[in-house]
Write a new protein. Structure first.
Length: 301
């Protein structure tokens, strides 16, 4: 599977962490206070798990035995933070895995090498405290974990770019994000550190955590707006028609509903797609909208 092997190297993205551990990484000594929290890695690729574990142990973190499925976690071990791959097969994946971890009071740092922008933002909506690419250099990976351990958030350059693209497609409402918050996000999108982002935004670094938390809060609220959110039934129609290429008749038979119901669901899919993509014509065919949603959401068979 492409991009699933963490490593760094040429071209690896350099994002921004938000804690005293920022800038410290494997081979550079322990992060202050790292051993005070118990970490667990949730990933179904053994080579990835081993690599991440070594990075975190080298930084002084206490790492519990890894698991391949969130439902295999022994909660008696009381993990504080989970580093969770967004694509777990089999088992809960994507937002479902994040939701399961969050429901147990575990802070989550999402990671992936293949997730789409929509899947990453879905993870944030489900209470993930940040996202870091598996290909990130060790220093960024450790910085991201340190931020989440300290109760803060981590904004990688890629995550910041996804947030800005979402704002571009669906303009902000009054009172959502102001120039200062957007300035911070733009700085992270350029690969700035926390100190650099604060300086660009003209705010003390001590205030940065609150600004970033505000960004996460707004991202979650916007994604939970039912005008833009596909229902479970609409997502199923997108999977059947947009991803698997079924006809309305075949989808109706699969869902055990009438073809008129499938047409209604596809119309809703089209309306929400247009709402999420300002400038898109309302004359967009429902089938085309379903195909686009399937691609953007990375919907699996």
């Amino acid at each position: 599977m492409p991009d699933e092997n963490p490593g760094g190297g040429p071209g690896a993205a350099s994002g921004a962490g938000h804690g005293p551990g920022a800038g410290s990484g494997a081979g550079h000594g322990a992060v202050p206070g790292a051993a005070s929290a118990k970490l667990i890695i949730v990933d179904d690729h053994p080579s990835v798990t081993e690599s991440i574990t070594l990075r975190l142990l080298d930084a002084g973190f206490a790492v519990l035995p890894p698991v391949t499925d969130v439902e295999d976690i022994d909660w008696a071990l009381a993990p504080d933070v989970a580093i969770c791959d967004l694509r777990l097969l089999p088992g809960l994946s994507w937002g479902g895995a994040i939701r399961h971890l969050s429901s147990h009071g575990c802070r989550v740092l999402a990671t992936s090498g293949v997730a789409t922008p929509e899947q990453v933002l879905d993870a944030i909506e489900q209470e993930a405290r940040g996202f870091v690419e598996k290909t990130s250099v060790p220093a960024e990976f450790v910085s991201a974990v340190a931020a989440v351990v300290e109760g803060h958030h981590h904004v990688s350059a890629r995550l910041a770019g996804y947030v800005l693209e979402d704002v571009r497609r669906r303009p902000l409402a009054d009172g959502e994000l102001g120039p200062v918050e957007l300035g911070v996000v733009r700085a992270f999108a350029q690969g700035d550190s926390a100190a650099e982002a604060a300086r660009r935004a003209g705010v003390p670094e001590a205030e940065l955590h609150a600004l970033v938390a505000r960004v996460f809060e707004v991202v979650r609220r916007r994604r939970r707006d039912r005008r833009y959110r596909l229902t479970a039934r609409e997502r199923e129609v997108v999977r059947l028609v947009g991803h698997l290429g079924m006809t309305r008749h075949e989808a109706a038979r699969e869902l055990r509903v009438g073809e008129d119901r499938v047409s209604d669901l596809l119309a809703g899919v089209r309306d929400k797609y247009v709402a999420c993509h300002p400038g898109e014509s309302r004359n967009l065919a429902p089938l085309s909208a379903a195909i686009r949603w399937a691609n953007e959401l990375g919907i699996l068979p």
